[in-house]
Design a protein around this ligand. Structure first.
Ligand SMILES: *Cc1c(COP(=O)(O)O)cnc(C)c1O
Length: 429
């Protein structure tokens, strides 16, 4: 496969942008090759600067659930563009998308639009702290909530009670308020609450973790968090930036029937344009400026192009059978990949919730960050490259999720499974 132009562009980009990219994982560091520069995309396919075609399972890291360049989304955005790309004043489009969000997710009584998932989680936590008058935040090792200072914290090695910053530049004083629990382990949460009685403002969680591969919540885990939060007056925040409109129209909270106090959204609600949102119970949301004193703002918040893309995307998701069809294709893909690995005698652990799936290079179950971190990432890198060589574009990391879209055809899925069968044979030999 010829990649001359991508290589030349990457060389140039590296002199202008740190690592040659505007977001780290795009650099392909963990899979041992250089990134592709993308020229265009359509439906399930993505095309690089050298003209190579790939079946795309990254979907811009989640937003492209109806596929790339869906004509209805393109039409909505170009129509909005003709009327003006930004006014810094309210528009009816914002009301329409807000109404769709409130209808889709009953726990959201009021919502605020922002421009990224990072802003959504950061602001939701500010609000939870203001509402409770408490400072501490419980998050889970391996869960990603964007790059706000206080959330860039995982468990240190050992059972550190207080968070240690993941990144230089995050003051230890900020990280101190972030407490780290183990995913799927209610006892680890209970222990933190007991040690920090009356100090915990909120628990923030990806109700299906999608940033350590794909890790589903064990039966009863989310319910246990709900009960602890009710008992202790703690705000439960579901970070559904990835799962919202992905695993069901109403997100993971619809799928599992557990109701959070607040929800953060992003990715799909922007239909490929920059959007995030956070919402929840009215009495909490009313604390937000200008109705309350908690400050939060954005020059491009509720941007008309982004609202139009979101409205068009959500409208497509409401079509009868969309999720059932997605489920069928995703199940076919996951089963096919697992069979390909098994036929080659290659040990993997397959995880899937709806159209989110992950092939963990592990011979045991992956249910939290500790088990995810034990995966064979070097072999994942070889698998990734073998798939790329055959025209399948996966996320360039073991700790990411494969996204199936409405645009993937059964033929795409079967081609992918055939490619995987070859890839696993190479790995096993
Ligand atoms: C992607 C993601 C974010 C961050 O969203 P950005 O738009 O990249 O800032 C936050 N939380 C979760 C669960 C995500 O998957």
């Amino acid at each position: 496969m010829k990649l001359d132009r991508s290589s030349a562009l990457f060389g140039k980009a590296r002199s202008l942008m740190p690592g040659g990219v505007n977001s780290p994982v795009r650099a392909f560091r963990s899979v041992g090759c250089d990134p592709l520069f993308i020229e265009r995309a359509a439906g399930s396919r993505i095309y690089d600067a050298d003209g190579n075609e790939y079946i795309d399972y990254v979907g811009s890291w989640g937003p492209m659930i109806v596929g790339h360049c869906h004509p209805r989304v393109v039409h909505a955005v170009t129509s909005a563009m003709e009327k003006g790309s930004s006014f810094g004043a309210p528009t009816e489009l914002e009301i329409r998308l807000a109404e769709m969000v409130v209808e889709a997710v009953p726990s959201i009584e009021m919502v605020r639009m922002v421009s990224s998932g990072t802003e959504a989680t950061m602001s939701a936590i500010r609000l939870a702290r203001a509402y409770t008058g408490r400072d501490a935040v419980i998050k889970f090792a391996g869960c990603y909530h964007g790059h706000a200072d206080s959330l860039l914290v995982r468990a240190g090695s050992g059972a550190a009670t207080f968070g240690v910053p993941d990144s230089p530049g995050v003051p230890a004083d900020f990280a101190r308020h972030t407490l780290i629990a183990e995913y799927n382990d209610p006892d680890s949460v209970e222990a933190l609450i007991t040690e920090n009685k009356g100090k915990v403002a909120c628990i923030i969680i990806e109700p299906i973790a999608g940033n350590m591969g794909t890790v589903a919540p064990r039966r009863g885990f989310l319910e246990a968090l709900r009960r602890m939060c009710d008992r202790e007056g703690i705000i439960l925040i579901f970070d559904e930036v990835m799962t919202g409109f992905r695993v069901a129209y109403g997100g993971a909270q619809e799928l599992y029937g557990v109701t959070p106090d607040m929800t953060t959204l992003g990715k799909i609600i922007g239909g490929g344009l920059p959007v995030g949102a956070f919402g929840g119970r009215q009495e909490i949301m009313e604390l937000l400026s200008p109705s309350g004193g908690v400050y939060q703002a954005g020059t491009l918040s509720g941007n008309p192009l982004a609202m139009a893309a979101g409205i068009a995307t959500l409208t497509l998701l409401q079509e009868k059978g969309f999720y059932a069809n997605l489920e069928e294709k995703s199940a076919r893909l996951a089963a096919g990949l697992a069979r390909a690995a098994a036929d080659a005698g290659f040990p993997v652990y397959s995880a899937r919730v709806g159209s989110m799936l992950c092939t963990f290079f592990s011979n045991r179950e992956v249910d939290n960050w500790t088990s995810a971190a034990g995966c064979d990432t070097a072999t994942f890198g070889r698998y990734f490259r073998a798939m790329l060589d055959q025209g399948v574009y996966l996320a360039p990391s073991q700790f990411e999720t494969v996204f199936v879209s409405g645009a993937h055809s059964v033929e795409d899925i079967d081609l992918t499974i055939e490619a995987a069968a070859k890839a696993f044979k190479i790995l096993a030999s």
